[in-house]
Design a protein. Structure first.
Length: 479
């Protein structure tokens, strides 16, 4: 039987309208961010890398992208997102034929949890249904309980503690029935982690990341991705500032001790000049340094390393677990590497302790690792000290042999030269630490964005046009 072409067109137009009107749509949202390459830093801030504060965040292109992808999609970051924005409380509008999810910012009525610190919020799910009657009254149904009439701003007892129904006047959405689904925090973390996808740029040296998700609410998709970028940026800044503050505290303590030593050396130098008779110390020192500059530099470097070991070793033997200043100038790469590993584990342990206790098996394991690293560092520093002492003694013997051959230099020159060397070494350490304190103060006070947003969040309907085209194609194929 021949079917009227007009009937075909009308049928498929009606079918397309029904699909558009009553189907649950999904939206594909994406945002592109650019991670900062620490090697491109300029000005005073470029010197901050010497203290190793940013090490672990920005090392090489491939490792940066892989590490930061894991961090962005980690349970810790998603949990922070839910704690700050409450995305695990989902809002729905119930129509006659379908249920549509909306963002909290769009909802005309919202729920406020008065017992926000209650542990029940993180363990039990709850479904709340709201019916708005024509006379303006409200029927609230909690889970499987029978509905009861409530008023706006009324304190209501629920399985999740006290709640309150609030009305928003800045939305044009008019509804008669709403559903609010309260997910436990960890269930919400799993729910949003499964929806968030992260894809790096195909270029090997690229620092760009594309973060995307498919979600049934256009506004929610935008809000989640924007909030995720902000939370991730804030998380990195907090870790960088924490390490910078720890280094500043360490430097302040060392500056106090070094100033005392500098005052003692200055006093000894003044006393020696007064007793033995002052001469042109600078001229004599310049003459000696011009001939034996290589040995002098080696002595200076060895003494600098010995001083750093003296300052740093008391921090390692302390029983209290706290952040260590990384890469202050140790020439032994193994020491700097273990210090960075210690700081990374300690930061992760402190973050876990915010939502757990010290009896947590993961925390216990991390504590054991930290103690092992601390003991390992102690052995390293002891061996390092022995090697430095031997090196310093050997160089000093060579220098003394050279000085003994310079018969034209007065006998008291060796005394002045030793005092001058001590004074110069301590002054250089003092100036070096002053510079690092200033750089780290800038680091701790700065609130610049660690990441740059290349493209803002962009949303499009998912597969809707394609579905309509498939239906429309049937018009030409139906006999």
């Amino acid at each position: 039987m021949e079917v009227d072409p007009l009937f075909r067109i009308a049928f498929f137009l009606l079918l397309g309208y029904a699909y558009y009107r009553y189907s649950n749509k999904s939206y594909s949202a994406s945002v592109t961010i650019l991670l900062e390459d620490e090697k491109k830093a300029s000005g005073q801030l470029s010197g901050l890398g010497e203290l190793g504060i940013t090490k672990g965040f920005f090392n090489s292109s491939a490792s940066i992208v892989n590490d930061q992808t894991l961090i962005i999609q980690s349970r810790r970051i998603i949990r922070k997102l839910l704690d700050q924005y409450g995305f695990h409380v989902l809002y729905y509008v119930e129509g006659k034929l379908k249920v549509k999810e909306i963002a909290k910012s769009e909802a005309p009525y919202t729920i406020r949890f008065l017992d926000a610190d209650s542990s029940i919020l993180n363990t039990k799910p709850l479904e709340i249904k709201i019916q708005i009657k024509y006379d303006g009254s409200f029927i609230l149904k909690l889970g499987d309980d029978a509905g009861k009439q409530v008023e706006l701003n009324q304190v209501i007892t629920s399985p999740l503690g006290r709640i309150m129904l609030l009305q928003k006047f800045n939305t044009r959405l008019k509804v008669r029935q709403m559903k609010i689904q309260c997910l436990p925090k960890e269930m919400g973390v799993d729910y949003f982690r499964s929806r968030i996808q992260i894809n790096p740029n195909k270029e090997k040296q690229s620092f760009a990341l594309r973060i995307s998700m498919v979600y049934p609410s256009l506004t929610m998709a935008k809000e989640i991705l924007n909030a995720l970028v902000l939370s991730y940026n804030q998380d990195i800044l907090e870790d960088k500032i924490s390490l910078a503050s720890s280094t500043i505290h360490f430097i302040e303590q060392r500056l106090s001790l070094i100033k005392e030593n500098l005052d003692k050396v200055d006093g000894r130098l003044a006393h020696t000049k007064m007793v033995q008779g002052s001469f042109d110390l600078q001229l004599e020192a310049d003459l000696t340094l011009s001939i034996s500059s290589i040995n002098e530099q080696r002595l200076m470097d060895a003494k600098m390393q010995l001083s750093l070991e003296d300052f740093f070793f008391p921090l390692i033997i302390e029983k209290e677990l706290r952040l260590l200043s990384s890469n202050l100038g140790f020439q032994d790469v193994a020491i700097s590497s273990d210090i960075n590993a210690f700081n990374d584990i300690l930061l992760e342990r402190e973050e876990l302790l915010k939502s757990s206790t010290k009896e947590n098996p993961v925390v216990i394991n991390m504590t054991a690792k930290l103690l092992q690293l601390s003991e390992k560092l102690q052995h390293f520093l002891i061996n390092y000290r022995e090697c430095l002492d031997q090196k310093y003694t050997f160089i000093l013997q060579e220098q003394n042999k050279f000085n003994a051959g310079l018969s034209r230099i007065p006998k008291q020159e060796s005394v002045f030269n030793e005092l001058f060397r001590n004074q110069s070494t301590i002054e250089k350490i003092y100036i070096y630490l002053l510079e690092k304190r200033e750089e780290n103060a800038i680091k701790a006070a700065a609130t610049w964005a660690v990441i740059k947003m290349v493209d803002e969040v962009w949303v499009q309907p998912s597969n809707f046009a394609e579905t309509l085209l498939r239906h429309a194609d049937c018009l030409g194929n139906w006999p």
